[in-house]
Design a protein around this ligand. Structure first.
Ligand code: C2E
Ligand code: MG
Ligand code: MG
Length: 743
């Protein structure tokens, strides 16, 4: 049995895997690019946020300083020396500054707390220089001597007279205060910011850089194309925001986002390791991949499940459509479907064989269906083992198998089939049974390119032929068989019309007295007048016996005979009894005798004038039934003759049981007796024996005077044969009757 192929499934799975992999790669790239873009925007946003935080911080400090300066200015000139320190101390406690101070033009510096961390002269000078110009001062001093790390100094002018400032109010803030702003919390712990001026010098940094200038740091690194250090410098000089990517010598990828600040032309530079960007991208991509994988897996499972369901239903369909439920081998549909392929595989050197188990019904009857089925299964098994892989076979119906086999030549093929028959006989015969399995083979050697069903018909035809054989029931299809079938088909198609059109006629053959040649009776023999030819019954009677038409035809002949008799009677012509042949089919037809009686009554002639001829073989096969029928015919006064005695398996028992009025010795029984003394003795003996039973003996096929003389000497009563007359038309017969004698 064919298995349903998984190939499409695997091909699909492979294609799906390729598509999915390609999809994942593309997706991964796309996601990475998009995410990188996204993260870069995020970095820029975070940097901008830091910038505005810083700007806001500075702005707030400036406002605090400006408002704090107001009361100091208002109180000027200060009444006592303690005013400013007290004021500063008060301001200091309310604010976040590390230190507040007032620097006066004369070099006096007053601090908010007892100054243990005074600023350097240079720092004071620097801030005064700016505030004296009426401007806000902000600056970072990285190395102020009283401070361990950089400090941010901011200052506003003290100008009570709105003219020349008397000094400045300043604040000191440690670098650490800005750590929160410089730490890029949005970027996790990886990012931080640096504040630089336009020249790239570091103003404030979250952590220590390898060089005090950002450009000299970048010089050591490789910038991501298309940016160069020069173009970066230019962009910074123009106050633009720029994102720079670079690789460190140890191959770490980082990003720096430059965003201008609102103070001193400074820039905030947010540094984020690319690792952070990539991690983000990887994480999203990974998540998508997992999702993708899950979806694909579920889909795949579903698909697999569907395939299984489909395979199962295909298998079931296949089994119903193509498998013989009893034997499990291919059925006829399967054979039809596979036929062209198998035939091509055998290079058309093949033969189609139908084989049939003779009397299989007997096996069923004797041993029951179970055992019968067992036999069929075993036959299928043997065939399966015996046929090669490129051949095929199926069970056609009950005990019929069709085989498509390799064919080389007639001899070896027949040898193979005989061996197969022997094998089947050996392996498949029912146990404890005396019934040997006997098979018949009908073979069609494939020589023409004709449809399968015609080949099958031909093999069938050969099988019918083979079955009639006693031994070696193998028969090849013969074109003559086919021609016969075609001719028979034509006959069947036209027989009814022929009967209606009066194409069937009776010929009469006289039965004569040996000595005088007087016509004492006649046998009605049918002729089919067809195309100006009187077709002999041998050409159509066997067919009519098979299709049942003989029942009609015999009655037609019987009626013709009866009508003839009634015409003779009416015209006062000489009358002799007429014998009509009745086929074996009438024996089982209940209408037989009633029909005969109806016809006789219709033509109003005595029943004894029609003799029924029933052939010997029929009687032999159905003794009881024959007895009944003969009894019935006798009951109504119809004489009965046994036709063709001695042509088949004549049994003396038949003579003993059945009361015939006459027995017709077959021409075969008489043939060649002239040269054979033994035959003469047999004929003599048979005639004597029949005569002693009081039965008349009619001899058929008397062709010569010698035969006639011999048979007369033997005591035969009547002679029928060419020596006296051939079967003749009714008109000729009537003329012969007028002559009375044929000798
Ligand atoms: P049958 O009943 O034995 O008829 C005798 C056959 O022997 C006839 O052949 C006849 O022509 C032939 N015959 C007669 N004398 C000679 C002779 O001297 N030499 C040779 N060689 N043959 C001779 P026919 O007419 O061809 O009939 C053949 C068979 O067809 C008949 O054999 C009969 O069995 C059957 N038949 C004929 N007509 C009918 C019919 O109407 N109904 C039925 N059921 N069978 C019929
Ligand atoms: Mg006859
Ligand atoms: Mg005969």
């Amino acid at each position: 049995m064919q298995r349903v192929s998984f190939r499409p499934f695997f091909i699909f799975a492979l294609i799906a895997a390729i598509v999915v992999t390609a999809g994942v790669v593309l997706y991964w790239r796309q996601v990475t690019v998009l995410l990188e873009k996204d993260v870069k925007i995020h970095i820029a946003d975070a940097a901008r946020d830091s910038a505005s935080d810083f700007d806001r911080l500075v702005q707030t400090d400036r406002e605090i300083l400006t408002t704090s300066a107001l009361p100091i200015e208002d109180a000027y000139p200060w009444k006592d020396e303690s005013y400013v320190p007290e004021m500063l101390a008060r301001l200091d406690t309310n604010n976040h500054f590390d230190l507040l101070g007032v620097a006066l033009q004369d070099g006096t510096v007053i601090y908010s707390t007892p100054a243990n961390r005074p600023l350097s002269q240079a720092a004071i000078r620097d801030l005064l220089k700016q505030t004296n110009a009426g401007k806000f001062y902000i600056s970072v001093r990285p190395r102020e001597k009283n401070y361990p790390s950089a400090i941010l100094i901011q200052a506003v002018p003290l100008d009570p007279n709105d003219g020349k400032p008397i000094g400045a109010l300043f604040s000191v803030q440690k670098e650490g205060y800005y750590r929160d702003v410089l730490a890029l919390s949005a970027m996790g712990n990886d990012g931080h910011s640096i504040i630089i001026n336009r020249a790239g010098d570091v103003v404030l940094s979250y952590e220590k850089l390898p060089a005090p200038n950002i450009f000299s740091v970048l010089e050591r690194f490789t910038l991501d194309a298309p940016l160069t250090l020069n173009s970066l410098r230019q962009e910074i000089a123009q106050g633009k925001s720029v994102l720079v990517g670079y690789y460190t010598p140890d191959d770490q990828h980082n990003f720096w986002q430059f965003v201008p600040l609102g103070t001193n032309g400074w820039y905030i530079v947010s540094a984020v390791p690319a690792k952070y960007v990539e991690e983000q991208a990887t994480q999203v991509a990974k998540l998508s991949l997992v999702l993708f994988g899950v979806v694909f897996f579920v889909f795949y499972l579903l698909f697999f499940f569907l395939m299984r369901v489909r395979e199962e239903s295909n298998r079931q369909l296949f089994t119903t459509a193509f498998v013989d439920p009893l034997t499990g081998v291919d059925n006829f549909n399967r054979m039809c479907e596979q036929f062209p392929t198998v035939l091509a595989g055998l290079n058309r050197q093949a033969a189609l064989v139908i084989f049939d188990i003779n009397k299989f019904k007997v096996i069923n009857d004797l041993h029951g269906y179970e055992r019968g089925n067992e036999v069929l299964k075993r036959v299928a098994q043997v065939l399966q083992e015996e046929l090669s892989a490129d051949e095929s076979f199926c069970r056609l119906s009950a005990d019929n198998f069709v085989l498509l086999l390799k064919y080389q030549d007639r001899r070896s093929f027949l040898k193979r089939l005989k061996a197969l028959a022997a094998l089947l006989k050996r392996n498949c015969t029912v146990e404890d049974s005396c019934l040997m399995l006997d098979v018949a083979f009908g073979i069609y050697e494939i020589t023409e390119d004709i449809p399968f069903y015609i080949m099958l018909d031909r093999a069938h035809l050969a099988l019918e032929h083979a079955k009639t054989r006693t031994f070696d029931k193998c028969e090849f299809y013969d074109a003559a068989d086919r021609n016969r079938i075609v001719a028979e088909q034509q006959i069947e198609n036209t027989m009814e019309a022929a009967l209606a059109n009066g194409e069937f006629e009776i010929y009469l053959q006289p039965k004569c007295d040996f000595v005088t040649g007087e016509i004492l009776g006649a046998e009605a023999l049918v002729r089919w007048m067809h195309d100006d030819r009187a077709v002999r019954p041998d050409e159509f009677i066997p067919l009519f016996e098979r299709n049942g038409f003989i029942l009609k035809l015999d009655m037609f002949i019987m009626e013709e005979a009866a009508r003839l008799l009634s015409t003779w009677q009416a015209n006062s012509m000489p009358i002799v009894p007429l014998a009509v042949n009745f086929s074996r089919l009438h024996l089982n037809d209940a209408r037989f005798i009633p029909q005969m009686r109806r016809i006789m009554a219709q033509y109003n002639i005595p029943n004894k004038l029609i003799e029924a001829e029933i052939t010997e073989s029929v009687i032999f096969n159905n003794l009881e039934r024959a007895q009944e029928v003969i009894g019935g015919l006798h009951l109504y006064g119809f004489p009965v003759a046994m036709d063709d005695f001695g042509s088949g398996y004549s049994s003396l028992n038949v003579l003993k049981e059945l009361k015939f009025d006459s027995i017709k010795l077959d021409k075969e029984f008489l043939s060649g007796f002239e040269e054979n003394p033994r035959a003469q003795k047999v004929i003599q003996g048979a005639i004597n024996m029949i005569k002693t039973l009081g039965v008349k003996v009619v001899t058929e096929g008397v062709e010569t005077r010698e035969q006639a003389d011999f048979l007369r000497r033997c005591g035969a009563d009547l002679a029928q044969g060419y020596f006296f007359s051939r079967p003749v038309t009714v008109t000729t017969f009537e003329q012969l009757l007028q002559k009375k004698t044929l000798l």
